[in-house]
Design a protein around this ligand. Structure first.
Ligand code: ADP
Ligand code: MG
Length: 261
């Protein structure tokens, strides 16, 4: 199934996944995923724990090696039939595909500013001055101008995640992957991170977001993809998925999430 109800767009998708299969040992985790994302689309991936959402994202930036299928992203063939891009190309691709994790993964020994400037200095060849100027602009975007010299340990979870987003953006990615970016946060800190993500979406960033924040999905997603047991069981605009899901399993999942929240 195509995430974009294929045929409506004429430009090639920026992410195209076909027949993607991934196992860990004998455990088949992705059972043949088909999925497209157009430039500037926001695709929200939902589904129960263990359904393969993180593995799907990780297959989109080369953190996992699938056994079968094809992933094309930003004009490159990342994986085809178990063959991955060579390391040099993989590194170039990772610069174009930013990823934000549930657990922030900031470098604890570096200041906020240095967390953000490290990648651009090492991989984009920017001077400290150039990288610093860009980092400060990104900190303004995520509302953390005052925290440039702070160490990660002194920040709240919401602030850490906003730094992690700024750090990913510093590589000037063409696609951003978010894996449950607010799941580790205290409830009162979720909003500040979602607000930054909404801003990115409104600026036209292409985003694939795994989240249980259904209000965010309703408001921001162009397409909601529902995964269960290693497959996409349905996809469509949020209005359809949330009010008239085709699958009973989608309905059950949504009821479980909404009764929790
Ligand atoms: P989700 O993000 O939807 O919760 P995951 O993609 O993390 O699901 O995991 C899907 C399944 O794959 C789970 O059963 C999980 O235990 C298994 N899995 C994920 N990563 C690994 C790994 N590195 N080794 C073995 N099993 C894994
Ligand atoms: Mg996950």
């Amino acid at each position: 199934m195509s995430a974009t109800q294929s045929g409506q767009q004429s430009t090639p998708p920026i992410v195209s996944v076909r027949g993607l299969r991934k196992s860990f040992g004998s455990h088949v985790v992705l059972k043949g995923i088909d999925f497209d994302v157009q430039a500037s689309q926001v695709v929200v991936v939902i589904g129960p724990s263990g359904s393969g959402k993180s593995t799907l994202l990780r297959c989109c930036n080369g953190l996992e090696r699938p056994e079968g299928g094809r992933v094309e992203i930003c004009g490159r063939t990342l994986v085809q039939d178990g063959q991955m891009l060579a390391d040099a190309d993989l590194n170039a691709l990772r610069e174009e595909v930013g990823m934000v994790f549930q657990a922030f993964n900031l470098f604890p020994h570096l200041s906020v500013l240095n967390n953000i400037t490290l990648g651009p200095k090492m991989l984009r060849g920017l001077s400290a001055l150039e990288a610093g100027a860009e980092a400060r602009a990104l900190l303004e975007k995520v509302g953390l101008t005052q925290k440039a010299d702070a160490m990660p340990a002194s920040l709240s979870g919401g602030q850490k995640q906003r730094v992690a987003i700024a750090r990913a953006l510093a590589m000037k990615p063409r696609v951003m992957l978010f894996d449950e970016p607010t799941s580790a946060l205290d409830p009162e800190l979720v909003g500040e991170v979602l607000q930054v993500m909404k801003l990115l979406a409104s600026e036209g960033m292409t985003m694939i977001v795994v989240t249980h924040e259904m209000e965010f999905a309703k408001e921001v997603a162009d397409v909601v993809v529902v995964m269960d047991e290693g497959g996409i069981i349905e996809s469509g605009p949020p209005g359809t998925i949330f009010s008239k899901p085709a699958q009973d399993r989608t309905r059950e999942f949504l009821q479980a999430v909404l009764s929790r929240g």
